[in-house]
Design a protein around this ligand. Structure first.
Ligand code: SF4
Length: 297
């Protein structure tokens, strides 16, 4: 199999076949992200994709889903995505759905008709890094789109009948804005009604631009209490249907997971109980300091 640079996938894609169709991320500019910083973006040659699909076909694996890697596989043209899906279905008959990471801008490059055609070919449940429902946060995090554009892209997916997953970063608005951020995030998530909400806290990764903003005081990080509280306030405001709330990333200070709306109260209780697991001095400290070995979360 051809894998180059770094390969990432969401935790809940552990049973998916990872098929490389690009290297790096076509945007590669988000303020908080260092994932592909040193990996130049390129599209995999079609011959490599064909070889990998043929290789998997020879080994008769039991996968039911393909997760296209890397950073934003949905940046590929519709024609190329159609060709990849045709090859997958011809040679890997067990495969039911195809996903990957998708950005809001990737979606906006495709019409509703193109999205409908891709949905019919099995494309479903792309992982979309929405991150925030506040325009100034999207701009500060350099996501490359506005909230209005995000609304349009997600509405287009719904119109096309292509289900999707949304990532939300708690405390991405910084200190003192947790309720405002929770409200804004819930508003856009409720409107979009995704299949899965992946909630994880903001990291200040070594080498990311955000690290410099924290150091020079442009951005003030939240405390551990803020992270948990924002997640609770976000959950309280969610009015989605048939949606998996996934807060099990290794970085979540209190790990919870359940189906909405039925598990909503239980999830809120688990997070509230989680607050009591930490001493107050730790709750009122910035958890990212853990990366420097000073605080263990
Ligand atoms: S967060 Fe996603 S879109 Fe942004 S630079 Fe990182 S991989 Fe690319």
């Amino acid at each position: 199999m051809h894998y180059s640079g770094l390969t990432f996938r969401p935790p809940y894609e552990e049973r998916s076949l990872l098929l490389q169709v690009t290297t790096g991320c076509s945007h590669n500019a988000c303020t908080f992200c260092s994932m592909y910083q040193d990996v130049p973006f390129s599209v995999s040659p079609m011959e490599e994709v064909e070889e990998d699909i043929a290789y998997v076909a020879r080994h008769r694996t039991l996968h039911k889903r393909v997760f296209l890697v890397n950073g934003d596989a949905f940046c590929l043209s519709t024609d190329r995505l159609v060709r990849i899906a045709e090859l997958i279905h011809e040679q890997l008959p067990r495969i039911e759905t195809i996903g990957g990471y998708a950005s809001i801008n990737n979606i906006l490059t495709k019409s509703a008709d193109e999205l409908r055609m891709l949905a019919e070919l099995g494309y479903a449940d792309f992982n979309i890094g929405l991150e925030s429902g506040l325009d100034d946060v999207l701009a500060f995090m350099n996501k490359g789109y506005t909230l209005e554009q995000a609304r349009e892209a997600l509405a287009r997916l719904n119109e096309a009948g292509m289900p999707f997953n949304l990532n939300i970063i708690t405390c991405a608005a910084g200190r003192g804005r947790t309720i405002e951020h929770a409200e804004a995030n819930a508003a856009i998530v409720n409107e979009a009604n995704p299949t899965l909400i992946f909630v994880s806290p903001l990291h200040v990764d070594k080498g990311a631009k955000l690290e410099q903003f924290v150091e020079d005081g442009t951005f003030e990080e939240c405390t551990l209490r803020d992270y948990i509280t924002e997640e609770i306030e976000f959950l309280k405001r969610l009015e989605v249907t048939d949606c998996w709330f996934f807060g099990l990333h290794v970085s979540n200070p209190v790990r919870v997971s359940g189906t909405l709306p039925q598990d909503k109260e239980l999830l809120i209780q688990e997070l509230e109980h989680g607050l009591y697991r930490f001493p107050s001095w730790q709750l009122d400290t910035v958890p990212n300091k853990a990366a420097e070995g000073r605080i263990i979360v």
